[in-house]
Design a protein around this ligand. Structure first.
Ligand code: NAD
Length: 300
């Protein structure tokens, strides 16, 4: 391997440490403890794991964590009532509704019911619009984590060619907007893109957010490029025993690491940064709510 490994796990730990220091100062100087409310509807096992680990890390940085677990058949009006209560609760600075929601609930309606100032996932239409127009927004956690790693590695991103593979509302599109905000020349590639390998070969920065295991081989990567692999895919791992699995990204790590200048691993790259950025966003929302200075280096 010739590429520098971008260690998301270590970087995420340093982000959480910065958050914890700022939270301690908020408590000491202003008597404020940031609070994050997480709403989980139903019993999806993966979502339960995410919610547990979010709650644990929220407490570890000194914030209050409020978990609201609702039955899978909760009505839309009951869920909207809970969101209205959380919007009105001054102890709650951030609200996250764990997605996906059960089919009978309208995700757009639910997300857009959250007070945009408490929308720590950055999915509310107001925050999407603010980010798209280069204004101060709550920014989706995963792309924010990618941006932080890119800034840390490159310093300035100005003028670099960035190719984002994937156009989802939670990763691809906000990622492209953030890179534009840092003055990259941005291409968004997707499932209908023609000559994807050639498009990717033009990139100084590649962000892969597709959801297809090891789809991007090293032969598509320009020598020296920085590769951020957002994908999390579980694949069979017979070498570990019958029925065992392992996690891989959207990039074929082994071949890409031979050509890239820097690369994030899976696991241990973007994943840990996502929760760290959720905590950073909750802190940012708290500071904005109280008209206090925002933490440096933890926002877009
Ligand atoms: P999505 O399914 O909403 O979007 C996938 C995108 O990939 C689509 O825009 C589609 O056009 C594009 N695509 C599909 N096939 C393609 C192809 N052959 N060539 C080029 N583009 C293609 O997915 P998402 O929610 O954006 O997530 C993408 C991946 O990132 C998934 O593996 C997901 O698990 C992972 N993810 C990781 C984190 C994290 O914290 N690390 C957070 C969110 C998502």
């Amino acid at each position: 391997m010739t590429a520098t490994l971008i260690d998301g796990k270590a970087f995420a730990a340093s982000v959480r440490e910065k958050v914890a220091v700022h939270v301690a100062r908020l408590k000491d100087e202003h008597g404020i403890t940031p609070g994050l409310a997480v709403v989980l509807v139903g019993e999806d096992p993966a979502s339960q794991v995410y919610v547990r680990s979010k709650g644990k890390m929220t407490n570890e940085v000194g914030m209050n964590s409020y978990e609201h677990k609702l039955a899978a058949d909760t009505s839309e009006s009951d869920l909207l009532d809970l969101i209205a209560k959380l919007n009105a609760d001054s102890n709650v600075n951030g609200i996250l509704v764990q997605l996906p929601l059960p089919d009978h609930l309208n995700e757009d309606l639910v997300i857009n019911a959250i007070d945009p100032a408490k929308d720590v996932d950055g999915f509310h239409i107001s925050n999407v619009g603010l980010l798209g127009t280069g204004q101060k927004a709550m920014v989706p956690c995963t792309p924010l984590g990618c941006l932080m790693m890119l800034r840390e590695h490159h310093g300035s991103l100005s003028g670099l060619n960035a190719v984002v593979i994937g156009r989802s509302n939670i990763v691809g599109k906000p990622m492209a907007n953030l890179l534009l905000g840092d003055s990259c020349t941005v291409t968004i590639a997707h499932s209908r893109t023609k000559d994807l390998p050639d498009v990717v070969r033009s990139a100084d920065i590649v962000v892969a957010a597709v959801g297809r295991p090891e789809m991007v081989p090293g032969s598509w990567i320009k020598e020296g490029a920085t590769v951020i692999d957002v994908g999390i895919n579980r694949v069979p791992a017979p070498e570990k025993g019958e029925g065992k699995t392992r996690l891989v990204g959207d990039v074929d790590f082994a071949s890409a690491a031979e050509v890239a200048g820097a690369i994030t691993p899976v696991p241990g790259g973007v994943g840990p940064m996502t929760i760290a950025c959720l905590l950073a966003n909750t802190l940012t929302a708290t500071c904005r709510a109280h008209d206090l200075a925002e933490p440096e280096g933890l926002t877009a």
